[in-house]
Design a protein around this ligand. Structure first.
Ligand SMILES: *[C@@H]1O[C@H](CO)[C@@H](O)[C@H](O)[C@H]1NC(C)=O
Ligand SMILES: *[C@@H]1O[C@H](CO)[C@@H](O)[C@H](O)[C@H]1NC(C)=O
Length: 330
C-alpha cells in the first residue's frame, strides 16, 4: 500500500489567499479566512523530517462552490492490525466479524455521506500497544482519506506513540499562526475547563469523567486571549460527545469513532462534522465566514445525524438550533 501522505507533515502552513490556515501534528488550527471561491489555497510545505510522511504534493484547501468548508473529525480510532484486531465494547451479537475493518468501513461511509473538504484525525489514531507495526497501522488507519483524495491532517494522542514509533518520529514543533479569521482548534486531550459543564449547558452526553490534565496549563486562557478561536475539538474520552460554550469558545468532543477503542455497547460509534459557511456579498460573490455549524453522525444503518447546532455565527454565538441544520438530515 502507498505510504500515508499527510497534508501537513510536521509543521506546515497552508496559506489561503495570503492569510493563514495551518495545521500541525500536535495541534491543528484552522483559520477560516475570506477566500473568493475561485482562489485556491497556496500550500507551502516544510519537508517532513523522517519516516513515512512522504513528500507528495499537498492537496489544496478551498471552500466549495456552495461557499462551505466541511471538516470531518475522526476521534480515537485505536487502529491496530486490521482484520485480526477485534472490536471492544460492542453488543454480544456484534462481536463476530467485527474488527478494525469496521472502523475503516465507517470512515468510508462518512466520506460518502458528507463529502468533507478536510478530515482531521484527533489522536489515538492507532493503538500502539496492540499494533505490530505502528507505521503500518497508521497507513491503514488513514487509508480511506488517502484513497478518497481528501486533504487530511492528524494530531497525536497518548496511545499513538506506544508502539514502534517514537513521538519524535512523528513530528517537529508547530509554527505559530497569525490571523483574525474565525479559528477552529483540534487536539486530543480535553481542556480542564470542559469539566465545568453539566447537562444544562451542553449539547450531547457526558458518560465518563473528563480525562483532562490534572494541572491547568492556562491553554484555555491563551485561546480566549487570542480572540479568534471560536471552537475547540478534542477526543480522548470516547463516550463523551458534547459541546458546551465557555467565555465565547465552544468546547466539543468528537465522540469515539474506533471499534478497537473502549466504548459503550449499544451506543453507536460516531463522528463530528463541522461546516463553515461563507456569506454572500451583495455583488453575488462570497464574503467572510458567516456561521460555523456542527452535528454528529452515528455508525448505524442510516448514519443518523444528531445534535445539530450552530457553534458560532457572525452576529450571535452559541445559538442552538437542534431541529435542522442545512446540509444534514436532522
Ligand atoms: C462489522 O462489519 C461487518 C462486515 O461488514 C458487519 O457485518 C458487522 O455488522 C459490523 N459490525 C458492527 C458492530 O458494525
Ligand atoms: C453550567 O451550569 C452549571 C449549573 O447547572 C453551572 O454550575 C456551571 O458553571 C455552568 N457551566 C458553564 C460553563 O456555564
Amino acid at each position: 500500500m502507498k505510504r500515508a501522505t499527510m497534508v501537513q507533515p510536521s509543521s506546515t502552513f497552508v496559506n489561503i489567499n495570503k492569510k493563514n490556515l495551518w495545521v500541525s501534528l500536535a495541534i491543528a488550527v484552522l483559520s477560516l479566512c475570506f477566500v473568493p471561491i475561485n482562489v485556491s489555497a497556496a500550500v507551502r510545505r516544510h519537508p517532513p523530517q523522517q519516516h513515512h510522511l512522504s513528500r507528495k504534493p499537498s492537496p489544496k484547501l478551498r471552500f466549495g462552490r456552495n461557499g462551505e468548508f466541511k471538516i470531518l473529525q475522526v476521534a480515537d480510532m485505536h487502529y491496530a492490525d486490521g482484520k485480526t484486531t477485534p472490536c471492544e465494547d460492542v453488543l454480544p451479537s456484534q462481536v463476530d466479524g467485527c474488527s478494525d475493518l469496521n472502523t475503516t468501513a465507517f470512515i468510508h461511509r462518512m466520506i460518502e455521506a458528507e463529502k468533507p473538504n478536510f478530515i482531521i484525525f484527533t489522536g489515538d489514531n492507532i493503538y500502539g500497544f496492540d499494533s505490530k507495526d505502528s507505521a503500518k497501522s497508521m497507513d491503514a488507519a488513514f487509508a480511506p482519506a488517502i484513497a478518497a483524495r481528501i486533504p487530511w491532517a492528524a494530531v497525536l494522542g497518548n496511545h499513538d506513540q506506544e508502539g514502534t514509533l517514537s513521538r519524535e518520529a512523528y513530528m517537529s514543533p508547530p509554527n505559530a499562526q497569525k490571523s483574525s479569521a474565525p479559528g477552529l482548534v483540534y487536539f486530543h486531550i480535553p481542556l480542564p475547563e470542559v469539566a465545568s459543564f453539566d447537562s444544562t449547558n451542553f449539547t450531547g452526553v457526558r458518560q465518563e469523567d473528563i480525562g483532562s490534565a490534572s494541572v491547568n496549563s492556562g491553554f484555555f486562557t491563551t485561546l480566549v486571549e487570542a480572540g479568534d478561536v471560536k471552537a475547540v475539538f478534542t477526543g480522548h474520552d470516547h463516550v463523551n460527545d458534547f459541546c458546551g460554550q465557555l467565555t465565547g469558545i465552544q468546547l466539543c468532543y468528537g465522540g469515539g469513532f474506533g471499534y478497537h477503542a473502549y466504548g459503550k455497547a449499544g451506543w453507536p460509534r460516531r463522528a463530528r462534522v463541522v461546516v463553515a459557511s461563507l456569506e454572500k456579498t451583495e455583488e453575488g460573490g462570497w464574503g467572510t465566514v458567516k456561521s460555523i455549524k456542527t452535528w454528529k453522525r452515528l455508525d448505524d444503518k442510516h448514519l443518523t445525524a444528531i445534535d445539530g447546532e450552530v457553534l458560532w455565527s457572525k452576529k450571535h454565538t452559541g445559538t442552538r438550533r437542534k431541529k435542522h441544520i442545512n446540509g444534514s438530515p436532522a
